[in-house]
Design a protein. Structure first.
Length: 359
């Protein structure tokens, strides 16, 4: 059985899965349920001086594992978290991360009482890039537990913000937050799906989250919690290969139920065993060396396995240059003078019958 353990800012996790801040971590009881389901760590809903009053409705599922929301921070008061929710979690089967926002003044007021109430780490989150580093500074003055800085790909100066947070003392980075503003419209009524612009999470943002994690890990030797768009085992492995120390998830278990954790961990162990990987950690950062080398401009050399081909002809359909066709006998034909080596045909082949390598 493969080793799934990881260490985040000096704290051991039994597996890489962290329930990110959101509806499933709204209370102590909800957090206990997430630990029982298999999450190695849980991040609370974001605590602020004033509790939130959410608009109704404020969450909507989209197709293919994505979601829109206009949900705000915790609707429980900071006092309730400090006096009741965090102390109830004193006996817990996992690592507790408390999310704290959204201004330096709130961090100054709440960080120390939250630590005293009981937490293993703080996650500092802001809607404004310019507040991130000052919030980290305030937290580091007030607490002795590790401080994570959550950053957003909405910020045009993300690398600079990350560097500033690390200079301010952040022990790790969480990348990324939801993206937006975004919009979907009900075509029957013409109304915005949630009544306004909203924030996008889930599968649709995975490529952007991966880019942010890799970009951070290429620049800094720092623990990163890769968060955003992970919906299955292969997504999780991608995030680790991009450099993530641990992986934050919320949309997938929210849409599929907390059983998602157990199923994903079982599939992860199977995936690693099938490929003879003894430790998930051995795959960390595997993609980064390739990002340091120039992209290839040479043509691709294609290989076709007729026995594996299902004759779906997707490769023919997607070829903008009409370079691919099939003979009546089911053999692939390629017009090399028309082919531009774009690689789209390979990516749509459902059976792996079509493959390629650069010359």
């Amino acid at each position: 059985m493969s080793d799934l353990t990881t260490t985040l800012c000096g704290i051991d996790l039994r597996n890489p899965l962290i329930l990110a801040s959101g509806p499933l971590s709204w209370s102590a009881e909800a957090i206990h349920s997430a630990f029982a389901a298999g999450a190695a760590a849980v991040v609370t809903k974001t605590i602020r001086l004033q509790s939130a009053i959410n608009p109704v409705p404020h969450i909507a599922a989209l197709k293919q594992g994505s979601m829109l929301n206009i949900e705000e921070w915790s609707d429980l008061s900071a006092e309730q978290w400090i006096r009741r929710e965090l102390p109830v979690l004193a006996e817990r089967d996992g690592v507790l991360v408390t999310s704290l926002g959204h201004t330096p003044a709130e961090v100054e007021a709440l960080a120390a009482p939250i630590m005293e109430a009981g937490t293993d780490m703080l996650e500092i989150v802001s809607y404004r890039a310019e507040d991130a580093a000052p919030m980290v500074e305030a937290a580091k003055r007030a607490v002795s537990v590790p401080v994570l800085a959550k950053v957003s790909a909405n910020w045009h100066n993300l690398p600079e913000v990350v560097s500033a947070c690390l200079r301010a003392g952040a022990d790790g980075i969480v990348a990324i937050d939801s993206l937006g503003p975004a919009l979907r419209v009900d075509v029957e009524t013409g109304q915005p799906l949630l009544g306004s612009f909203a924030w996008l999470s889930g599968a649709a943002i995975l490529p952007i989250a991966l880019r942010a994690v890799a970009e951070i890990c290429l620049r800094h030797d720092v623990p990163v919690v890769g968060t955003g768009g992970v919906g299955c085992t292969e997504d999780l492995v991608e995030m680790v290969m991009a450099g993530a120390t641990a992986v934050g998830i919320h949309t997938a278990p929210l849409l599929q139920g907390l059983k998602w954790f157990g199923k994903t961990l079982a599939r992860l162990e199977q995936w690693l065993d099938e490929r003879n990987h003894a430790r998930l950690g051995d795959l960390r950062g595997m993609a980064l060396p390739y990002l340091r080398t120039p992209v290839s401009h040479g043509p691709l050399t294609f290989a076709f396995d007729a026995e594996a081909c299902s004759l779906c002809k997707r490769c023919v359909t997607v070829c903008a240059y009409e370079a691919r066709s099939f003979t009546p006998e089911g053999q692939m034909s390629l017009d090399e003078t028309a082919c531009r080596s774009c690689g789209l045909c390979i990516s749509v082949c459902p059976t792996g019958a079509l493959s390629a390598s650069p010359l």
